[in-house]
Design a protein around this ligand. Structure first.
Ligand SMILES: O=C(O)CCC(=O)C(=O)O
Length: 275
């Protein structure tokens, strides 16, 4: 469903829109079933290296980053030529203390553009109780805020980077039902609390950018061309997997995930195994 003029205005002014319907809950439940069937083959959870750029591993996720129900609203925000830089799984088990500190993604992704949109898709319901995402409206337009690396054990971010001193009273929550997504500009300060609900909170973020974007930290980087034309060629194009764990895409994923890790940990005092 296209975004309304009011939603587009809200995205430009406040930096986010929520919720945006993508698919019925039972279709999302099927994605959850496939993900959890895979997790069950390796002890019930994803390995850190499988959290990022998983569209190269899971065919259903590659389908999702190309799904018109996701891309039509993205096109309204960044235009008809669209690269998907990455996807990241964000899974908080029932009752888990995992949280995401307040942060702005433009501080550590090495991307030159301010026009990068994150679509956060709810594979299971992400209620306030389950620790849905929260945002600080309007922070995408101002100066980039100072971050501290905390390395907190329960923080899901690579180095536990956190913006201190934000006024929680100004935050807006973005609860989602399974099959819905939120959209936010990656310069917007965002975070999330622990999962106090009796079910897993399973989400996947998809990060879309216009092809004139450059990678300014890493020496090599890649992205999937998901719509339109790339007239710039700043990113190697990721292959389209023919099936789950397609060997060619898996080999590419090893390089792609490691390149992303290098960028995310650039300058960090410690390199944790979180992605
Ligand atoms: O899943 C979360 O709670 C945080 C996700 C996030 O930081 C992001 O999608 O950029």
């Amino acid at each position: 469903m296209p975004l309304s003029a009011m939603q587009i205005d809200q995205y430009r002014r406040d930096g986010y829109v929520c919720p945006v319907p993508v698919m019925p809950a039972d279709e999302a439940a099927e994605l959850r079933r496939r993900l959890e069937a895979f997790e069950a083959t390796q002890g019930g959870r994803l390995e850190p290296g499988q959290r990022s750029r998983g569209f190269l591993l899971f065919k259903w996720l590659d389908d999702l980053i190309r799904d018109p129900r996701v891309l039509d609203p993205i096109e309204q925000l960044i235009g008809p030529d669209i690269l998907c830089w990455s996807t990241i799984f964000w899974i908080k088990d029932a009752g888990s203390r995992s949280f995401v500190s307040w942060h702005q993604d433009n501080t550590y992704w090495g991307l030159s553009s301010r026009n990068v949109v994150t679509a956060w898709f709810a594979i299971s319901a992400a209620s306030v109780e389950a620790g849905c995402m929260k945002v600080m409206p309007g922070t995408h337009t101002g100066a980039t805020l100072a971050h501290e690396d905390t390395y907190d054990a329960d923080n899901m971010l690579t180095r536990g980077q956190a913006i201190p001193g934000l006024d929680e009273a100004r935050a807006a929550s973005m609860p989602l039902g399974a099959g819905e997504m939120s959209l936010h500009n990656y310069c917007l300060a965002h975070g999330s609390g622990p999962n106090l609900s009796p079910d897993r909170r399973i989400g996947v973020s998809m990060h879309f950018m216009p092809p004139d974007t450059r990678q300014v930290v890493g020496a090599w980087d890649c992205a999937a061309l998901v719509r339109g034309t790339d007239r710039f060629g700043h990113f190697a194009h990721a292959p389209v997997p023919a099936r789950d764990f397609d060997p060619q895409a898996v080999a590419f994923h090893a390089r792609a995930a490691s390149a992303m890790r290098e960028v995310l940990y650039a300058g960090a005092a410690r390199k944790l195994q979180r992605l």
